[in-house]
Ligand binder design. Structure first.
Ligand code: BGC
Length: 745
């Protein structure tokens, strides 16, 4: 099976679901309930039928804390009627709620976090691997299938607005939320997150891409002021959003906590009005992150459409009815702007199908959904090293399994994405583990082998177990969580543990469960390393099936693993240490040179390079050709499975101008396209891909243009950013086009 960039654009609107009786038979004059009308017509008609108070319901949402605390909010801010409505209809345990307008058939917006699974503290859900892991699949069908599954569970648990689609670039490798995002490259992240959103919205729901924008660290996340040029943003963080929005067409965009060039994310005219709504033509609505609003008129006029997550005593009701009415009275907000806010929200609701096909409680097939999560993990885990073909484990009589709580489960990340897993979370040292222990799964895969476990608490005792076994498998874990940046060093005694075990038994495999990159001081000694990220509810079986060879690994790194702190663009994280909410500034001088681009620019050799990943077969890439495409370039090449077993090869096309400085690029090369191809041994296939013109261009702020400089460009095809490459060349003429021109995926 071949996946190409050209195959990715499955329009969310293509899904056909029967509409409810409500929409088929609109009462006379209720044009907005006629599903044959366009979302534009319907939104305008519904808006025209609304009173001011009804409009104001849609722009002000409540967090689930409302259930307990809303009573304390003064009645002139939230009326008793509205309090009763919110409390009676909010889905308990979800993220939030925006009241609908029952008189007009406009449903409530029931919001849940959902990037890796529906998050509701009272309802169990299927946990996919982390978003970073699924990005490692290099196959958009993996997040798309995951999104379809998440959306179906959301629908069955009565959530219709999903806060799903995290896409901040891994600019800071220690960012505690990198596991919720899709890596360091704008093309890869854009395509993967776009596919997730497309899958979610195929269930006739709204998905919300987040956090807009350059919200790339957790330290002082609510006060940090990020200085970064427009050019750098458009070529890195914003390009990732732009591609994902084109691919996935989310109904909503969540603005971020931080400041960008001195302006709050949720009142940032440049980001919200100029880039998102004007240049990209985004017709949906901007919702705030929870607690990210700082004003009424400045926020509304600079592009925020909906204040979400209000509650309660400590929160300012910036978009509450009294504040909005006062702003309308004084002229600080015009009636036209309020109408635009409401129309955008209505448009997204009509377009998604959330109005025509209301969410209803329904049974969930958790076993089928777990299979989706398992497949995602099996496509995504990255075999980093396999010297002497130690893996897969075959004919092994005894195995020592050590550390990582591998007898209890697999690690998950913390924060608002933390899914309540089917089977119940296993809490260890306040960290969530999903009940999918690799130890049990390995015993099941290798019923004839003797398998012993040591917790790894004492390296000496672990080494004593390892020395007696044919093979030792050490599990190491690194906890990451929203709200805190992590460390690249493994916590506790884990490095010492690996060191002790590999000394005792050189046939040692290390399995890493981490949010993102870590240092591996033992990487030179250990012959086999599997990066499992946070592998989700079926992480145990996925790890076991890869270690034993039932599954041929095919994941490739969506991030670089730096070799040392000195290789980081920011050796110190701005704002790490002082109390939360300390005003902090960070300047992203590296501009768009994020991840491997930074490493290339500085000539650094990372520990593991972007795009790296091994399998149990080999692929050969050959005969690349390049020809002019639709403004961009068409590239084609052959991929052959030269090994002895079937597998899925990942081909990556890097583009490099002959003179990258003259071309104005931030770094010598960029990922221009990629594809994953499944091939039987000896089989080959020709693959043709398109390189998006924006990946050949630079952004010119003064003209609001993209420009490709005339010159020669090399297209290099390889299996990793540091792998041998086959190259073709093409000479391009100078071209430029407006950044507000729509790019159809
Ligand atoms: C997070 C968002 C999340 C929201 C609602 C915030 O703290 O930053 O990602 O969607 O909470 O749970």
């Amino acid at each position: 099976m071949i996946r190409t960039i050209a195959l990715i654009a499955v329009a969310a609107t293509a899904t056909c679901v029967s509409v409810s009786a409500l929409s088929q038979a609109p009462a006379s004059g209720q044009t907005w309930l006629d599903s044959k009308q366009t979302p534009d017509t319907r939104a305008k008609a519904a808006l025209a039928a609304m009173t001011l108070d009804e409009k104001l319901r849609l722009v002000f949402g409540y967090s689930d804390q409302a259930l307990t605390d809303l009573a304390k909010v003064p009645e002139d801010i939230v009326s008793p009627e509205l309090k009763g409505y919110v409390v009676s209809r909010l889905v308990k345990g979800s993220a939030g709620f925006v009241p609908g307008v029952p008189r007009l058939g406009i449903p409530d917006q029931t919001q849940t976090d959902a990037s890796m699974g529906v998050r509701n503290s009272f309802i169990p859900s299927t946990a996919l691997p982390s978003s970073l892991a699924t990005a490692a699949s290099f196959d958009p069908e993996v997040p798309r299938a995951g999104g379809r599954m998440i959306g179906a569970e959301a629908r069955a648990t009565r959530h219709n607005t999903l806060l799903a689609g995290g896409i901040n670039l891994a600019r800071e490798p220690r960012n505690g939320r990198n596991f919720e995002y899709a890596g360091e490259d704008p093309l890869l992240a854009g395509i993967m997150v776009g596919a997730l959103i497309d899958g979610i919205q195929s269930n006739r729901l709204i998905s919300t891409i987040k956090h807009f924008a350059v919200n790339d660290q957790e330290s002082q996340r609510t006060t940090v002021d990020v200085t970064v040029s427009a050019e750098a943003m458009r070529q890195s963080d914003l390009l990732a959003f732009e591609i994902a929005i084109e691919q996935g067409k989310p109904g909503s965009v969540m603005c971020s906590y931080n400041l960008i060039n001195g302006r709050w994310g949720c009142e940032n005219d440049y980001l919200l009005n100029t880039v998102l709504k004007h240049d990209w033509g985004f017709k949906g609505f901007v919702m705030s992150d929870w607690g990210a609003v700082h004003s009424t008129a400045p926020a509304a006029n600079n592009g925020l459409d909906q204040f979400t997550g209000f509650c309660c005593a400590a929160d300012q009701p910036w978009f509450g009815p009294p504040a909005m009415k006062a702003a309308l009275r004084s002229g600080a907000i015009t009636p036209q702007r309020l109408d635009d806010m409401v129309e955008r929200i209505l448009w997204a609701m009509f377009r998604s199908g959330a109005v025509d096909d209301p969410v209803r409680a329904a049974p969930i097939d958790y076993a089928a959904n777990a299979a989706v999560a398992q497949k995602a993990a099996e496509e995504s885990l990255v075999l980093l090293k396999n010297d002497g073909a130690l893996l897969p484990l075959r004919g092994v009589k005894s195995i020592a399994i050590i550390g990582g709580n591998a007898d209890k489960g697999v690690m998950a990340g913390g924060g608002s994405s933390d899914v309540t897993p089917v089977g119940g979370a296993v809490m260890i040292d306040q960290h969530t583990f999903l009940p999918s222990p690799p130890l049990a799964a390995l015993k099941q895969e290798l019923p004839r082998a003797r398998i012993d476990f040591d917790s790894g608490t004492d390296p000496a005792s672990a080494a004593a177990l390892a020395v007696k076994a044919d093979v030792a498998v050490v599990f190491v874990t690194q906890h990451d969580s929203e709200g805190n940046d992590g460390s690249l060093e493994l916590s506790g005694n884990q490095d010492a543990l690996v060191d002790a075990v590999v000394r005792a038994n050189p046939r040692t495999v290390v399995v890493v469960e981490s949010g993102g990159a870590i240092f591996m001081p033992w990487a030179g000694q250990v012959p086999a390393i599997l990066e499992a990220f946070y592998p989700g509810i079926r992480g145990g079986p996925a790890i076991a099936r890869i270690l034993t060879g039932k599954v041929n690994p095919s994941g490739h790194l969506p991030i670089s693993f730096p070799a040392s702190t000195e290789q980081l663009a920011h050796p110190q994280i701005a704002g790490l240490g002082p109390p939360f909410d300390t005003p902090t500034a960070v300047t992203y001088n590296e501009g768009a040179a994020v991840g491997y681009k930074w490493h290339d620019l500085k000539g650094y050799k990372p520990l593991w390079a972007f795009g790296h990943g091994l399998g149990y077969t080999r692929f050969a890439l050959s005969d690349p050709t390049a020809s002019p495409g639709d403004r961009g370039i068409k590239v084609s090449f052959s991929i052959r499975n030269t090994g002895r077993r079937a597998g899925r090869g990942v081909a990556q096309v890097y583009v490099a101008p002959a003179d990258w400085r003259a071309a104005g690029w931030e770094a010598p090369r960029r990922l221009g396209a990629f594809a994953k191809a499944e091939l039987k041994p000896g089989k080959s296939r020709r693959i043709e891909l398109a390189v998006d013109p924006r990946l050949l261009a630079t952004y010119e702020a003064a003209r609001n243009n993209w420009r490709i400089k005339a010159g020669t460009y090399r297209l290099m095809v390889g299996e990793a950013s540091d792998a041998p490459m086959q190259a073709a060349e093409i000479t391009l003429a100078e071209s430029a086009w407006s950044a507000s021109e729509a790019m159809e995926p």
